[in-house]
Design a protein around this ligand. Structure first.
Ligand SMILES: NC(=O)c1ccc[n+]([C@@H]2O[C@H](COP(=O)([O-])OP(=O)(O)OC[C@H]3O[C@@H](n4cnc5c(N)ncnc54)[C@H](OP(=O)(O)O)[C@@H]3O)[C@@H](O)[C@H]2O)c1
Length: 258
């Protein structure tokens, strides 16, 4: 994720010399160096940062924070770690007050992600712009005033690509059962999703209206949707996403417990 964010920012005109990476992994540092980015195993005490972005696994956050907290005093801290709450991060950072928590999603890797952002009270307008600029490398973003909404973001867009891939898998399997070869099945399933999502994004119509427009009376789409409705597929999807939201809250409790 860090490489995706940095790659996106470089494309937006950020100068390579303005970014430094700290990564304990030799292979990850080599990859950053191949991008022309200075990478170190720990903070070089001569380095001063305006913004420090934490992009490690949630279970590695406490360690990562303890290794650099002495240098974060005057910086805006941005965390993209799933489930790590600002209060826990602030506690690990000895009370740091300028934190933006972000929840991006996997399409960030190709600049097509969407992120939820939450600012702590010490974050000012300039900090918001700085955080937004970093996350804009990963795609679009939306701010929330209530941190618990990031659990909802995690359930909807954070885990969302997984649901989409699941649906694509199902569409592809269905295509195979109807006799299409695997190449055609993959192409039709993926492109249909891509095209329909682009249409929904660019249209003024609600998704339900777009659906109605492609659902002719007595036609093929109608017969498929009728079967889905009779089996409560929509209710099942809603329940599944709600369950993901509950799990996000549970993981927040777990990751921040010490
Ligand atoms: N991937 C996504 O789509 C996505 C979406 C939303 C949010 N996120 C969040 O983004 C964060 C980063 O995810 P990722 O998949 O990019 O993680 P990742 O591939 O594991 O990258 C993190 C890097 O940090 C290194 N590291 C571990 N502990 C460190 C420490 N104490 N100091 C410095 N470097 C350390 C890791 O080295 P080792 O490999 O040796 O541990 C690894 O090279 C996660 O918290 C995840 O929840 C990811």
């Amino acid at each position: 994720m860090a490489a995706a964010l940095i790659g996106g920012m470089l494309q937006q005109g950020l100068c390579k010399a303005e970014v430094q990476v700290i990564d304990v992994s030799d292979s990850a540092r080599r990859r950053f160096e191949e991008m022309g980015i200075a990478a170190h195993p720990q903070w070089d005490s001569r380095t001063r940062a305006d913004v420090v972005v934490f992009a490690v696994k949630p279970q590695q956050m406490k360690d990562a924070v303890s290794g650099v907290k002495a240098h974060c005093g005057c910086a805006l801290v941005v965390s993209i770690a799933a489930g790590i709450r600002c209060a826990d991060l602030a506690r690990w950072l000895d009370g740091h007050g300028r934190i933006v928590r972000a929840m991006p999603n996997t399409p960030a890797l190709i600049g097509a992600g969407v992120s939820g952002l939450y600012p702590t009270a010490g974050v000012d307008a300039a900090d918001r712009r700085a955080a937004e600029q970093i996350l804009s490398a990963a795609g679009k973003s939306v701010w929330f005033d209530d941190e618990t909404m990031l659990d909802a973001v995690t359930a909807v867009s954070g885990s969302g690509p997984g649901y989409v891939f699941y649906f694509v898998e199902a569409l592809e399997e269905a295509a195979l059962t109807l006799g299409l070869d695997s190449r055609a099945a993959r192409l039709l399933a993926v492109e249909t999703f891509l095209g329909a999502a682009k249409l929904a994004a660019s249209s003024d119509d609600e998704p339900a209206v777009l659906r109605a427009k492609v659902t002719s009376k007595g036609g093929t789409t109608e017969s498929a949707i009728e079967l889905m409705e009779s089996r409560d597929i929509k209710a099942c999807i809603i329940a599944a996403v709600q369950r993901a939201g509950q799990r996000a809250a549970e993981l927040g409790d777990l990751f921040g417990k010490d």
